[in-house]
Design a binder for this molecule. Sequence first.
Ligand code: ZN
Length: 145
Amino acid sequence: MASAQLNLNLNPDPDSEELRSIKRDVRFVAETVTAILENLPVQRRPLSDASKALHVRAVALRRNGYCPCCQRTPVCGIEGRLPAAEFDHWFGRHRNGVTETWLVCSDCNRRLENPEFKTEKRSCFDAYQAALRPFLVDGQSSMFH
Ligand SMILES: [Zn+2]
């Protein structure tokens, strides 16, 4: 076999300075990559402007501007999002589709990090998504062009 032959022919001295230098380099690269990966957060994908506008519209018209999670805190008027409102990524930070997110108050957004609270609010999310559905009929963004 050619490759076996090649290996035998190369058969480098494991203690050679050259090989040790290569090993050091490889280790350095591996450690660097590991450090980069460990410090890399899962990218939080922001919502598109169309998705944001759709949520504002749906919450304003179908929830009277109140947070669809707690139904207590105003999150938007028809003119736009209030400063205390945040877009929550229900299914994870990288899933930013309009049917995977909602506009909630900052308090709810923070509490949704608690799995128990999130389970409790699942029905609210589903109800909101059902209310949102008619807004999607003509395609996610067509009504904003
Ligand atoms: Zn809320």
